[in-house]
Write a protein that binds this ligand. Structure first.
Ligand code: FAD
Ligand code: DHY
Length: 494
């Protein structure tokens, strides 16, 4: 099949009946549901880009093994050109949603591509696992499927291991082996966009302890597998709000769902790992899924930060406050943050690492630095937006107000911006900003940036410990060596 169109993606959604719960009710027609209709269209547009002559060669390639066209996110990079091709695809996808949708199909494509591209790792433990993963990769590539993932256990008692939680199957674990597969029970905390995907893949960040064997597993199943419940969080838009009043929230909400497995059968050919704490803890670092997906996330985060910065700049300009030094320095700071992330991305792409397998990976340290900095830079952009927009952010009239002829002339006068900015333009811009910095939609976007890549605090600590392991701090030794040792009598206590 190769690359799908938006319609093919939508038809696949229509052909399934996953068990989706939202607001106490089952969602039976996700494609036409108020909350999901627009996000489905946004994802469909990404699939259509693959067929757009302007984009096709920038985001897809002909697979040398199958002869079929595939998205560049399915390309295991082996050259600098491959890295560039992936970067371009990531950026095209991100720009289509202003970086606001984090888990577009390209993200998990990179994850599975890397797991399957490093079969040596699972081979060591069980050759069936790597075989299954390669077959799965070929399957999702051939059918251009959309995956979500859930890697974090539910937030019950974080001070205890999975096996120590009150119920043995609060965290997702294996109940028993059957001739045709594993029976799994329990939950994973969060899978973004799950209700509008084709498949879910389960694996974990490192952190399992001896005793956690039943939870140390990786597998993938179709999203409508019997027994799998998708428990959605409360929606942040109801699908009926006007696009004028909510230019972003009305289009780009990514629903998040807890995945609850109620004795789900995972066929053996979909089991990628099981009952192995060591393998589960090493999967992330050894197969490069700590690194290659961070390239996608970095590009996407860069586009989002740049977007938020541009919104803040336009906001300031529209009411003439960017004449003031304090506003200029705040905006300058945001622009410098964008440039910092752009520079880190370029360094990561140019100073790539070549693995013994021939795979090339954008450099780890700059990618990890992006992961550490975005959780601070994005909230800062939002804060600056709030400070610059000030009370005006709260005071926007609605599209319905503008459409009322009795009100219109008053609005045109009282809501106009600086010279040359009409009331409608100013209000529209402020509404866009409010979606980002005031609405629940925007708060989720902020929380996403803080946490999508795990806990930034622990991640930075791990980063430092790795840095310390690899560094000798030789410059300090050299600087100290330049001064002769003190004479004994000088250091002696008087
Ligand atoms: C909008 C959004 C979308 C997401 N999408 C996905 C997704 O699609 N798939 C997915 O798998 N995950 C997703 N995540 C989940 C994300 O991976 C987790 O939120 C992240 O790993 C942090 O875990 P937590 O939220 O459970 O926080 P916790 O781990 O519970 O941390 C809570 C607080 O306690 C502190 N803390 C906890 N444990 C320790 C410790 N051992 N040492 C020191 N401090 C500690 C943390 O620093 C933090 O301040 C998403 C998250 C968000 C917010
Ligand atoms: O986007 C992120 O940084 C989070 C994340 C999730 C799953 C992965 O496999 C991964 O490498 C990174």
């Amino acid at each position: 099949m190769g690359i799908r169109t938006g319609n093919e993606y939508i038809n696949a959604l229509k052909s399934r009946q996953p068990e989706i719960w939202l607001g106490g009710e089952k969602v039976t027609d996700v494609v036409n549901h108020d909350v999901f209709r627009q996000p489905v269209k946004e994802i469909a547009k990404l699939y259509d880009l693959q067929h757009d002559p302007e984009y096709q060669d920038r985001i897809t390639h002909i697979c040398s093994e199958t002869g079929e066209r595939a998205n560049n996110s399915f390309l295991l990079p082996r050259t600098a050109e491959d890295i560039k091709a992936r970067s371009e695809a990531f950026e095209v996808h991100a720009r289509a949603t202003f970086g606001l949708m984090g888990r577009t199909p390209d993200f998990l494509n990179t994850v599975v591509t890397n797991m399957a591209g490093n079969p040596w790792f699972l081979d060591k433990y069980n050759p069936d696992w790597s075989k299954n993963l390669i077959e799965y990769y070929n399957y999702i590539k051939k059918n251009d499927l959309f995956l979500t993932h859930a890697i974090i256990n539910p937030q019950n008692d974080r001070s205890k291991a999975s096996y120590e939680q009150e119920d043995l199957f609060t965290h997702l674990g294996v109940v028993e082996e059957k001739p045709d597969g594993l029976i799994v029970r329990g939950a994973k905390m969060l899978a973004t966009l799950a209700p509008i995907t084709d498949e879910v893949i389960i694996y974990s960040f490192p952190g399992f302890q001896p005793g956690d064997e039943r939870y140390a597993l990786a597998f993938a199943v179709p999203v409508d597998t019997p027994g799998l419940k998708l428990l959605c969080r409360e929606q942040m838009q109801d699908g009926t709000r006007s696009v004028f009043d909510h230019p972003l929230a009305s289009r780009f909400e990514e629903m998040d769902a807890v995945l609850a497995f109620e004795d789900v059968l995972v066929p053996w050919n979909r089991v990628f790992m099981y009952n192995n704490v060591e393998a589960a803890n090493l999967l992330y670092s050894k197969t490069g899924i700590n690194q290659q997906p961070a390239h996608q996330s970095g590009v996407r985060g860069y586009v989002k930060l740049e977007f938020a910065t541009e919104v803040a700049c336009k906001l300031a300009d529209s009411i003439g406050v960017d004449q003031y030094l304090n506003v200029q320095t705040d905006l300058g700071e945001l622009v410098q943050n964008v440039e910092t992330i752009r520079a880190l991305l370029r360094v990561a792409e140019q100073e790539y690492e070549t693995m013994p397998t021939g795979e090339v990976r954008p450099a780890a340290a700059p990618l990890e630095t992006i992961r550490g900095m975005l959780p601070k830079m994005y909230p800062r952009a939002i804060e600056v937006m709030q400070i610059i927009g000030a009370g005006g952010l709260l005071m926007s009239p609605t599209a319905a107000d503008f459409e009322n002829q009795e009100l219109r002339s008053h609005l045109d006068k009282y809501y106009a911006g600086r010279e040359g900015v009409s009331a409608e333009e100013r209000v529209h811009l402020f509404k866009l900003a409010w979606d980002l910095c005031g609405e629940a939609f925007g708060q989720r976007l902020l929380q996403y940036e803080r946490y999508y890549t795990g806990d930034p605090i622990r991640k930075r600590a791990i980063f430092y410990n790795q840095y310390k392991r690899n560094k000798q701090f030789t410059s300090v030794e050299q600087a100290l060596a330049a001064s002769p040792p003190l004479k004994k009598q000088v250091t002696k206590a008087k």
